[in-house]
Design a binder for this molecule. Structure first.
Ligand code: ATP
Length: 298
């Protein structure tokens, strides 16, 4: 058995703008993405004795996460073997999930990126950065970012990545209400609504460059928030709670329904977390920080 492990980090959207649809019907976006310390633990094992040749077995601590070809980690592994022509002598993937599922935090995308990274290492790095990023995009639009991590502007359908100045030191409180939403439904709904406030990517980049958390917070904006919060009212309740405890901003991530708040004061963030845990018992809540020096591709 040969084994490689890695952490697969969640992301938040400091900004998210939907610019329209491309010719293939995919939504064109522009977003500033940030890796956060909330992560799953991923272990990838290759059976070198070939006793389970061609099999991909997945173990996950959450029983409702699919373990077959619907799993992003499975898809990534299958594509890797197809693309490289390397024989699958029997693959075992173990995922310990902490990142909430269907939450707007790209947990599944991060697992897929982790599998590509680990398999590439296990097999002597047959794929370069570019090839890995191309494979990543075939699994999902957020997977290329998850391979790179840190702070990036993502455009196109999410695959065009430009590194951005790192996020200033701060505390990030993330909460996931019990209800989930379907990403596709939110995109469809956004096509039908008029967007009132859009993020300003240039202003966000200037704010990041200033290294001032308050300026960054001021520019956080997600055009999907109105649509998702109409379906999940807890989003607004969480935002009010975060702001009452001194968050510099409280905004939804991705298509939701997770909400994040930026704090400079750890004690204030911890008080907000404690209130959420006390009053909204089924809401998951994590006190995290931005992750910068992260590149699973090494
Ligand atoms: P994104 O922000 O990329 O839309 P998300 O955080 O909203 O991602 P995921 O956690 O990736 O959503 O889950 C979306 C769906 O994918 C769920 O219905 C889940 O069952 C399924 N899924 C497939 N593979 C995985 C995986 N490895 N981890 C979590 N969910 C997975």
């Amino acid at each position: 058995m040969r084994t490689v492990s890695c952490k697969t980090y969640a992301k938040i959207n400091l900004t998210l703008d939907v610019r329209g649809k491309n010719d293939d019907g995919y939504h064109e976006v522009e977003m500033v993405m940030q890796s956060v310390s909330l992560h799953d633990d991923l272990t990838v094992r290759l059976d070198t004795r070939g006793r389970c040749a061609d099999s991909i077995r997945i173990r996950c601590n959450l029983p409702y996460v699919p373990r077959d070809e619907r799993n992003t980690a499975y898809k990534a592994a299958l594509l890797f073997f197809e693309q490289t022509g390397i024989e699958n002598t029997g693959l075992f993937i173990d995922i310990v999930k902490r990142v909430p599922v269907a939450a707007g935090l790209a947990g599944g995308s991060a697992n897929a990126a982790g599998v590509l990274h680990c398999l590439n290492r296990l097999c002597g790095r047959p794929l370069g950065r570019r090839e890995l990023a191309e494979l990543a995009l075939r699994v999902g639009a957020d997977v290329p970012f998850c391979l790179t991590g840190g702070t990036c502007v993502a455009s196109g359908i999410g695959e065009r990545l430009t590194p951005a100045p790192p996020m200033p030191r701060c505390h990030i409180l993330i909460a996931k209400p019990p209800k989930s939403v379907k990403t596709r439904e939110i995109y469809e709904a956004i096509d039908r609504c008029e967007i009132v406030r859009r993020p300003d990517t240039a202003a966000m980049l200037a704010a990041l460059k200033s290294s001032d958390a308050a300026q960054v917070a001021q520019q956080c904006c997600n055009v999907m928030e109105e649509v998702t919060s109409a379906r999940v009212p807890e989003i607004l309740e969480l935002e009010r709670t975060f702001l009452r405890h001194g968050a510099l901003c409280a905004v939804m991530s991705g298509s939701g329904p997770s909400v994040f708040g930026i704090f400079t004061d750890f004690e204030a963030a911890a008080r907000a977390r404690d209130e959420v845990k006390r009053r909204m018992r089924r809401t998951l809540c994590f006190l995290e920080r931005p992750v910068q020096k992260f590149s699973p591709m090494g």
